[in-house]
Design a protein around this ligand. Structure first.
Ligand code: NAD
Ligand code: UGA
Length: 451
């Protein structure tokens, strides 16, 4: 590895680490990607992403071929790099509070490697961590294992990540902002210099702040987005009670007000994914420990938890008792274009359907292997939407895959025993589907022409 050009290492090759590594390499920055999971490392070495993310496989192949990305399980390879990003997971503990064990281990492992290093090394916390973690746990564990204080030779920054799954590469290449939290100018300037190299003239707005503010920006951002989803789902549940009202129109209209904005106003079965629930819980817990109980964020979570009941209620309203019925679940991933099912609303809905004695047959273009790991043979799996629908009493749309958007009323009529459709993602045109027994989140009953 050349010594003069800026080099980075990234500890944790999950969604964030791997997408960050692939995009760094795509901008000719030499990158070492480190993970403790040997199988994952081996797969990355072969240029194959261990997760489904659009554009990632292509970037990864190029990065490995050009030797700009080296994947390894040997953390000592971080020694020769200038900057190390920590992108390990920060899951929830039983009580919802943040579990920092992966962060602590990564700091210790990295610190031991940096012990003998002469010259400046910058450590950047990209994992989502509660305020005070970078200057507290991370600093303490690093200083202990490196054997020197953060300062002239050891830099430390908080630099949260805002990418979304399904569009992660595009988000990493075109972020709306970069947040750098640091205690000193040297570390902040080093990181800004790296990003200047990465983005060139297209450097997004950079906000320089304290590590604690940077950490809270991340939680505030996810909490706001999650609250916006719970807000529109609340409006959807109200809209559904009013004949002739459609939440889509309400969202479109309120979204035109720039103070509200049109994004994240899509009503659905409730948010899923690896972060909203975990981060809201971590923030609620952190805040409570500091003496403030956030009523708003608890309501955001409670509203989300209840939204899956609404979906099951809709199926029940169409079918009467669900016991012994065959229900086709179309979509398992927590959103389209990913194979991730972590906290997916599909799982909450399926669990309730199972409790009611339903025979569930599911189809998803990407997420079946991950679902099988979790639900095994508790449900049936289909190879395509048509075989899922075959003989079904009801279909529930739980992910907005393009493949499902293309389905026509006749597909449901031809395959199903009775064409009862619950559109929990609002992917179909209610007019077009009016010939079926079609109900949708946030769609009030149609008015009869005489009204
Ligand atoms: P992930 O679980 O997909 O990946 C974490 C990786 O770290 C795993 O591959 C694991 O094997 C590895 N790892 C754990 N301990 C390690 C160690 N000591 N050394 C080397 N590797 C180690 O996690 P993720 O979804 O990429 O999330 C990482 C962090 O980024 C979390 O804090 C998360 O909240 C945050 N984040 C995630 C997203 C997202 O879309 N997934 C977006 C923004 C921020
Ligand atoms: C979210 C944030 O959008 C990212 O900025 C953040 O970096 C990331 O969490 C994180 O910290 O992990 P992600 O979970 O990948 O990204 O996906 P989103 O697009 O935010 O969707 C989250 C959930 O909300 C999905 O289940 C989605 O279907 C749902 N959603 C989203 C709605 O129901 N309606 C909407 O209008 C938008």
């Amino acid at each position: 590895m050349k010594s003069r050009s800026e080099t980075v290492s990234i500890v944790g090759m999950g969604y964030v680490g791997l997408c960050t590594a692939a995009t760094f390499a795509s901008r000719s920055i030499r990158t070492v990607g480190i993970d403790i999971d040997e199988a994952r490392v081996e797969q990355i070495r072969r240029g194959k992403a261990p997760l489904h993310e659009p554009q990632l496989d292509t970037l990864l192949k190029q990065a490995v071929k050009s030797k700009l990305l080296e994947a390894t399980s040997d953390i000592s390879r971080a020694f020769g790099t200038d900057t190390t990003f920590l992108t390990v997971g920060t899951p929830s503990q039983q009580d919802g509070s943040i579990d920092l064990s992966y962060v602590k281990n990564a700091c210790e492992d990295l610190g031991n490697v940096l012990r003998e290093k002469r010259g400046y090394h910058l450590v950047v916390v990209k994992s989502t961590v509660v305020p005070g973690t970078t200057n507290g746990t991370v600093k303490r564990f690093l200083e202990q294992s490196v054997g020197k204080k953060v300062g002239s030779e050891l830099g430390l920054c908080a630099n949260p990540e805002f990418l979304k799954e399904g569009t992660a590469i595009n988000d990493a290449l075109h972020p709306d902002k970069i947040i750098i939290g640091s205690n000193d100018k040297k570390s902040a300037n080093r990181l800004k210099r790296l990003y200047r190299k990465f983005y060139g003239p297209r450097l997004p707005p950079v906000i320089l702040t304290s590590p604690e503010s940077a950490e809270l920006v991340k939680y505030a951002s996810n909490a706001f987005l999650a609250t916006k989803v719970s807000f529109i789902n609340t409006v959807a549940n109200i809209a559904q009670q009013i004949p002739g009202v459609d939440v889509g129109t309400i969202a479109e209209a309120i979204g035109l007000d720039p103070r509200i904005g049109g994004l994240f106003l899509k009503a659905g079965p409730g948010y899923g994914g690896s972060c909203f629930h975990k981060d809201l819980q971590a923030l609620i817990n952190y805040s409570k420990n500091n003496g403030y109980d956030s009523t708003l964020f608890r309501a955001t979570e409670e509203t989300n938890e209840q939204q899956s009941n609404k979906v099951v209620d809709m199926a029940e309203a169409l079918l009467g008792s669900l016991s012994g019925k065959r229900v086709a679940v179309l979509g398992l991933a927590f959103k389209k274009d990913t194979d991730d099912i972590r906290e997916a609303s599909s799982l909450r809905v399926i669990i309730q359907l199972k409790k009611k004695g339903v025979h569930v047959i599911a189809y998803d273009p990407m997420a079946i292997p991950n679902t099988k790991k979790q639900l095994a043979d508790q449900i049936g799996y289909a190879d395509n939407p048509y075989s899922a629908l075959k003989g079904a009493d009801c279909a529930i749309i739980l992910t907005e895959w393009d493949e499902f958007v293309k389905l026509k009323p006749k597909d449901f009529q031809a395959c199903m025993k009775t064409p009862n459709v619950v559109d929990a993602r609002r992917i179909f045109d209610p007019e077009e589907f009016s010939q079926l027994n079609y109900v949708a989140i946030g769609l009030g009953a149609r008015r009869s022409l005489r009204d």
